[in-house]
Design a binder for this molecule. Structure first.
Ligand code: ADP
Length: 302
């Protein structure tokens, strides 16, 4: 069982020939809405790939909130840990994409930023009866620390995806983290070092292990992923060669699918990473966030 604590957004994507400059008005070619938010994306990726998933989060009492709850229900995600808050808007992202694939995004955190420690405590039983807890940085740090404390006391494996990249990392949270899953930029922010080659990755892994984190999995875009487990081994798992159209939710798919596989067999880390690479290689070939996340049946084909 997997609990995800995180953000849920309704994404509005607007395609334009070119992005407007400040003060300028441009016309849109196409506009659509869909589910997004790192937390919800990761939960959906885990659920579509065999995970039994519970979600802790918050929406406003508005139509966007209702839409998001329906989307989670379609993927059989347990919503007992989700609160509908009055006088707050559901999280939203406004994504402008131009013909070159360049984008500008504004996120309104809304209800996602109102998840409190007491909210997490109230639903602590979801965490303590799970095998894994996953969190990212689109919700308040204090709620994540609370959830990780509860998890560690109950021997639940904690997975932290430090995204978006933090300016500084909480020492308390790091100590409560079992597996850290950053991309290269996030790893650089946390270690304060460049990671452009294998030696630098090995060094960064040592820094992370010295901070008290046993497991590190770094996503490397089209190169795949690097892993280092203090007591086991380290290595690379190559990405699948595909024609990437839109990398939105690639990292989220990787984490959700990886955790779904770890929840079946925690020992086979390399195989779970390989599966995460496969799932996210399908995501990057499709447009949007949640609509692009594949199901297990698609990942097992070919
Ligand atoms: P993020 O989007 O969080 O920065 P990455 O870009 O590292 O994360 O991508 C996450 C995973 O998605 C990678 O580890 C890889 O498996 C897959 N992926 C991303 N981009 C590509 C690509 N161009 N081709 C194949 N796989 C990709």
């Amino acid at each position: 069982k997997i609990t995800v604590l995180g953000s849920m957004n309704l994404d509005t994507t607007i395609r334009t020939e070119r992005l407007p400059k400040p003060g300028e008005t441009v016309h849109s070619k196409e506009m659509f809405t869909g589910g997004g938010g790192k937390g919800a994306n990761q939960a959906i990726a885990a659920a579509r790939n065999g995970g039994e998933v519970r979600f802790i989060g918050a929406v406003g009492k508005d139509t966007a909130g209702k839409t998001i709850l329906e989307l989670l229900e379609q993927d059989d995600i347990n919503a007992q840990g989700i609160k509908e808050l009055a006088h707050t808007r559901t999280g939203s992202a406004y994504v402008m994409v131009d013909d070159k694939g360049e984008n500008s995004i504004i996120i309104h955190g809304g209800a996602n930023l109102k998840i409190s420690e007491s909210h997490v405590s109230e639903v602590s039983q979801l965490i303590t009866t799970s095998d894994f807890l996953i969190a990212q940085f689109e919700t308040n740090l204090s709620s994540i620390e609370k959830a990780f404390e509860i998890a560690k006391q109950a021997n639940v494996t904690t997975i932290l995806n430090p995204a978006p990249a933090p300016k500084e990392i909480s020492a308390k949270l790091i100590q409560l983290t079992d597996i850290l899953v950053p991309n290269e930029t996030e790893l650089e922010m946390i270690t304060g070092r460049k990671v452009t080659n294998q030696k630098e990755l090995d060094n960064a892994a040592q820094v992370i292990h010295q901070m008290g984190v046993k497991g590190l999995i770094v996503t490397l875009g089209s190169k795949g992923a690097f892993y280092s487990f203090a007591s086991v081994a380290s290595g690379f798992v190559l990405a699948f060669k595909v024609d990437a159209k839109d990398t939105t939710a690639a990292g989220d798919t990787f984490i959700g699918a990886l955790t779904a596989k770890l929840s079946v067999d925690m020992r086979n880390i390399e195989e779970a990473i390989h599966y995460g690479n496969k799932a996210s290689s399908l995501t990057v070939q499709r447009y949007g966030a949640q609509p692009s996340i594949p199901y297990e049946s698609e990942c097992l084909k070919s």
